[in-house]
Design a protein around this ligand. Structure first.
Ligand SMILES: C[S@@+](CC[C@H](N)C(=O)[O-])C[C@H]1O[C@@H](n2cnc3c(N)ncnc32)[C@H](O)[C@@H]1O
Length: 306
C-alpha cells in the first residue's frame, strides 16, 4: 500500500497561530504511522474512533436495519457514520453534542449539554415524534400536484398521526430507542487553533485533562447520566455502549449496568490506544422491568457492594 504522508484536515489537529507546534508535529507523526487512522481515512470516516465502534459492532451485533439510535457526544461524527451504515435506509439517528458539528447525511442533531434537563427534554420531544426528523411533506409535491389526502396527512399534528398509526404512542419518547451510544468525555478547552474551526472540521475540546482521577470521575458521571436516560428511553432488549476512563468507580457503574441489562461486557477495542485508560462497557438486552430509583440507590463503594 502506498504510504500516506498527508492526513486529511479532519484527522489533523488545528495548528497554532504561529505555525505547527512541536506537539502538533508529534501528533501528525504518530497519526501518520497509525493503521487505524489510515483505515478510517481510506474508508471516509471523520475520525479513527469509527474503527472502535466497527469492532464493537462486529463482536456484539449492536445494529440492524431500521433501528433508532441516540449518539451522545457525536462530534465530529464518525460513530454516527458507522451507525447509519447499519441502520439505513429506514433507521433514524439523533446526535447530541455541546459543540456544533456538521452531522452525517441523514442524521438529526441537537447542540447542547446532555446533562442539562432542557436538552434532555428536547431529545425526548424528538423521540416522541414518530417521524423522528424525516421529511414530512415530500409526498405532497409528487408530480408537482398535491393529493388531497396528502395535504390532510401533512396538516395533522404528530400526536394525531401517531394515534392513527394504531396505538404506537410512546409518550415522551418512552422506550422507543434501540441503541444508546455514549462516547462523551468531559470536555477540556483548547486554547489555540479555534480560528481554523468550521462545522465540517469542528473546534474540538480535549477529551482528557491528563489528571487521572478527574478524567475517571468525569467519565463516570457522564456514564451515569447516560444510563439514567437509557432506563427511560431504551426499549426492552435495547443496547447501550458507554466510554469511561478506568478507576475505582468502574465497579459501581458495572453493578448498575448489571441491574439494567441482561449481559454486560467490558471492552477495549484494538483501535483504543493501549496507553490510554479509555475503556467501554457494552450493555446488551435491557431488562423489561427496571426500578430507576433502586438502580441509582446502589451503594457507592466497593466495600458496601460486597
Ligand atoms: C471523543 S468525542 C466523540 C467522538 C465521536 N464518537 C465520533 O466518533 O466522532 C467526545 C464528544 O463528547 C462531547 N461531549 C462531552 N461532554 C458532553 C456533554 N455533557 N453533552 C454533550 N456532548 C458532550 C464533546 O464535545 C466531544 O465532541
Amino acid at each position: 500500500m502506498r504510504p500516506i504522508t498527508k492526513l486529511p484536515r479532519l484527522l489533523r489537529p488545528a495548528p497554532s497561530r504561529h505555525g505547527s507546534s512541536a506537539s502538533s508535529e508529534r501528533w501528525t507523526a504518530r497519526a501518520t504511522r497509525d493503521p487505524f487512522t489510515k483505515e478510517a481515512q481510506l474508508k471516509g470516516y471523520k475520525s479513527r474512533a469509527a474503527m472502535k465502534l466497527i469492532e464493537m459492532n462486529q463482536k456484539h451485533k449492536l445494529f440492524s436495519a431500521g433501528m433508532t439510535v441516540v449518539d451522545l457526544g457525536y462530534a465530529p461524527g464518525s460513530w454516527m457514520q458507522v451507525a447509519l451504515e447499519n441502520i439505513a435506509p429506514r433507521g433514524r439517528i439523533l446526535g447530541v453534542d455541546i459543540i456544533p458539528a456538521l452531522p452525517a447525511r441523514g442524521a438529526s442533531t441537537i447542540q447542547g449539554n446532555f446533562t442539562c434537563p432542557g436538552v434532555q427534554a428536547s431529545i425526548r420531544r424528538f423521540l416522541s415524534d414518530p417521524e423522528r426528523g424525516r421529511l414530512r411533506n415530500s409526498q405532497i409535491f409528487r408530480d408537482g400536484e398535491a393529493a388531497e389526502e396528502d395535504v390532510q396527512e401533512a396538516s395533522r399534528g404528530y400526536i394525531e398521526r401517531e394515534r392513527m398509526l394504531g396505538g404506537e404512542a410512546h409518550g415522551e419518547g418512552h422506550a422507543s430507542v434501540d441503541v444508546v451510544l455514549s462516547d462523551m468525555s468531559e470536555p477540556w478547552p483548547i486554547v489555540e487553533g479555534m480560528w481554523k474551526a468550521s462545522l465540517s472540521a469542528p473546534y474540538r475540546m480535549m477529551n482528557t485533562s491528563g489528571i487521572r482521577v478527574r478524567d475517571h470521575v468525569g467519565s463516570i458521571d457522564l456514564c451515569n447520566a447516560a444510563l439514567l436516560f437509557c432506563i427511560d428511553v431504551l426499549k426492552p432488549g435495547g443496547s447501550f455502549v458507554c466510554k469511561f476512563y478506568q478507576g475505582p468507580e468502574d465497579r459501581l457503574l458495572r453493578n448498575r449496568l448489571d441491574a439494567v441489562f441482561e449481559r454486560v461486557v467490558q471492552d477495549k477495542p484494538l483501535a483504543s490506544r493501549q496507553e490510554s485508560r479509555e475503556n467501554y462497557f457494552v450493555a446488551l438486552r435491557r431488562r423489561a422491568r427496571v426500578d430507576k430509583a433502586e438502580v441509582m440507590k446502589m451503594p457507592w463503594t466497593d466495600e458496601a457492594v460486597e
